[in-house]
Design a binder for this molecule. Structure first.
Ligand SMILES: O=P(O)(O)O[C@H]1O[C@H](CO)[C@@H](O)[C@H]1O
Ligand SMILES: O=c1cc[nH]c(=O)[nH]1
Length: 234
């Protein structure tokens, strides 16, 4: 069975899928977590892998960048391939002064400047929220490992380079900016499935002095990954 963007069979994906934006990060995660990982999708180079972690099935596949891209992949996974939960593992720009480069953010809700969710129900300002159970599992794992974690709202923007209204967003307690979570939460709501976003802060909009390199953005996500796996298998 193939959809326009995923050439796989229905049983090829695990019920839980981790989704980084970057397909190379998906490959790294698969190699690191799952010695038994097998490639289940490679359409457009959007690598998807399935294997097991501690005997439990898990898949990981790239989403691409931006809300239209993750909407396509999340829709096909949740609607056509029997996937029940998607946990995005991405990078984000810090907005709140309390957030530092390298910190982990669990996104309970995602504001957005995108039209993706506005198009769902005419006249309704859709609330893009994570699955409470997945968020609780990720935060529980963070508390168990004793390291701090930020839990709250983020913003999913369409523009990467257009300056963010940082002061306004910060005044509303927004922790960080990325480009996919709001749409992912919308797709999960559409299909009655679960979604969560766990982010590693790769740069800070208030202070760029500690920003990660592109290589670090591809590799420095260990803690976010362990919280995401805990949520996936909760
Ligand atoms: O690191 P990923 O998961 O790709 O996430 C962030 O990085 C990309 C922009 O560089 C956007 O996709 C943004 O959401
Ligand atoms: O969307 C993103 C992702 C990482 N860092 C940013 O500043 N924006």
């Amino acid at each position: 069975m193939a959809t326009p963007h995923i050439d796989a069979e229905k049983g090829d994906f695990a019920p839980a899928v981790l989704m980084p934006g970057d397909p190379r990060r998906a490959q790294r995660i698969a190699e690191q977590l799952m010695p038994d990982a097998r490639l289940v999708n490679d359409v457009r180079g959007m690598s998807g892998y399935t294997g097991t972690v501690d005997g439990k099935p898990l898949s990981v596949m790239g989403s691409g960048m931006g809300q239209p891209s993750i909407t396509i992949y999340a829709t096909e996974l949740l609607r056509d391939f029997g996937v029940e939960r998607i946990i995005r593992v991405g990078t984000a720009g810090g907005i709140a002064p309390t957030v530092r480069v390298g910190d982990v953010v669990v996104a309970m809700g995602a504001h957005t400047d995108s039209a993706m969710n506005a198009a769902r129900i005419p006249g309704i300002h859709f609330s893009a929220v994570a699955s409470y159970d997945l968020a609780a599992a990720a935060v529980g794992a963070a508390h168990a490992d004793g390291e701090p974690v930020h839990v709250g709202t983020i913003i999913s923007r369409d523009h990467f380079y257009l300056p963010s209204p940082i002061e306004t967003l910060g005044a509303y307690g927004v922790l960080a900016v990325e480009m996919e979570a709001a749409a992912l939460y919308g797709v999960a709501a559409e299909f009655g499935k679960e979604a969560l976003t766990v982010l590693t802060v790769s740069d800070h909009l208030l202070d760029p002095s500690q920003d990660m390199s592109s290589a670090d953005r591809e590799t420095k996500f260990q803690r976010a990954l362990s919280l995401a796996v805990a949520a996936a298998h909760s």
